[in-house]
Design a protein around this ligand. Structure first.
Ligand code: HEM
Length: 394
């Protein structure tokens, strides 16, 4: 079958217009077919839930090996990283920190994170007006991740810019990617100066260097692993929290439901993640030809897994565009699925649940001004979200 007779489009998923609101374009792609050729970047989009999940499950066909980004430069950077390798190499890299990020191990940091969320929210409630992105959503993940990885504090001021660059370079080689590449060079140069002794004893950062010392991983893997675990826990969690504030400010009935039933917090957070996935897309490369429904994809093709579209697929979720905290979509695609499923999801949940609970016990109504969107090739989130007034619980 030729491209002319298969679903294809000139749509630019990475343009400002589409990034502002990608959901109409996603709906069009889902209706066009199970796989749609994106002519501008010579890649195939998988827009439907069922096929994205199946692809994530089949790493042998949908390989991550230097293939998660949509340009060759970033894929070069990803060689030998946890995100950019297939088993068995992947499993070795992932094993270094997986136990420390498991829910049971995180129990020992949970109370500290909840106390941090309470103090932060108390302070912001007292102020009354603040920015939900910079003052609220960014503050907790930044301090939690720095603490867990044991990074020296002086890099805090640069980390958000570095994390933003790290994600945007996963896109095609557009202006955003080109700028992001200069930003991440800076980050890798800094990470390259770190030594085990410079990281807090008992931290995850130390565990990475210890694993290299013990010969479990190569010395060369230390910096990529540090980069992956540090940046992966920033913009993702930050945008999830900021999206939560925006969604509850604009859906006061849902906020009342949560305040009346705090046990719904995990369900509410799942719905927040489904509704507006902080990671909209990652890519894979086909190791063999496949036919998805009637669409034939050749071996070697680049495939874009549109998590954000799968989460709004009406074939899987009834009324996908409505925000409903009773839905509890535990099977959303926002953390990926299968081999590369998010290694830090238990941590992200502890942080977000803590913020939601701290807000719900204090705040009856959140009043916001105009949000400003942040443009990143793969991360969906806000630059700023002014909270102009809070009505407090009696
Ligand atoms: C709401 C917050 C988060 C979201 C939406 C998110 C999303 C994702 C997604 C979609 C993947 C799968 C990548 C793929 O399919 O190729 C992933 C992987 C990963 N995440 Fe997260 N993440 C979040 C928080 C975190 C945190 C807090 C950490 C660690 C501190 C983290 C560490 C990682 C790592 C290391 C991987 C790579 C796993 C592998 O390749 O085996 N993430 N994340």
């Amino acid at each position: 079958m030729t491209i002319a007779s298969t679903p294809h489009t000139d749509i630019d998923l990475f343009s400002d217009d589409i990034l502002t609101d990608p959901y109409p374009a996603y709906a069009t792609l889902r209706d066009m077919g199970a796989a749609v050729h994106l002519n501008r970047i010579d890649a195939w989009a998988l827009p439907r839930y069922e096929h994205i999940r199946a692809a994530l499950h089949d790493w042998e066909t949908f390989s991550s090996e230097a293939a998660v980004g949509l340009n060759d430069v970033v894929n070069g950077f990803l060689v030998g990283t946890v995100l950019g390798t297939d088993p068995p190499e992947h499993d070795k890299l992932r094993s270094v920190l997986s136990a420390q990020l498991a829910p049971r191990a995180l129990q020992k940091v949970k109370a500290g994170i909840e106390a941090g969320a309470d103090t932060l929210v108390d302070d912001l409630v007292h102020r009354g007006q603040f920015d939900a992105v910079t003052d609220l959503a960014a503050a907790l993940p930044l301090s939690v991740v720095f603490d867990l990885i044991g990074l020296p504090e002086h890099a805090r001021g640069d980390m958000l810019r570095w994390a933003d660059g790290t994600f945007t370079v996963f896109g095609p080689m557009n202006e955003r990617t080109q700028h992001g590449l200069t930003v991440i060079e800076e980050m890798f140069a800094w990470l390259g100066t770190l030594r085990a002794e410079g990281l807090k004893p008992g931290s995850m950062g130390r565990a990475i260097f210890d694993a290299a010392e013990a010969g479990v991983i190569a010395q060369d893997s230390c910096v990529p692993l540090l980069a992956a675990y540090t940046t992966a826990g920033m913009d993702t969690t930050i945008n999830a929290i900021a999206n939560a504030v925006q969604l509850f400010a604009t859906h006061p009935d849902q906020w009342d439901t949560l305040r009346g039933n705090p046990d719904l917090t995990p369900s509410a957070f799942n719905e927040i993640l489904r509704y507006d996935s902080p990671v909209q897309a990652f890519a894979r490369k086909l190791t063999r030809e496949v036919t998805i429904d009637d669409v034939h994809l050749p071996a070697g093709a680049r495939v874009v897994l549109l998590y954000g579209s799968g989460n709004r697929d009406e074939r899987h979720y009834p009324n996908p565009d409505s925000f409903d905290i009773h839905r509890n979509p535990v099977d959303h695609l926002t953390f990926g699925y299968g081999t590369h499923t998010c290694a830090g999801q238990a941590l992200a949940k502890i942080e977000a649940h803590a913020i939601l609970r701290a807000l719900a016990t204090r705040v009856r109504r959140i009043h916001i001004g105009d949000p400003k969107r942040h443009y990143n090739n793969v991360i969906r989130g806000l630059e700023s979200l002014p909270v102009v007034h809070l009505d407090l619980n009696q």
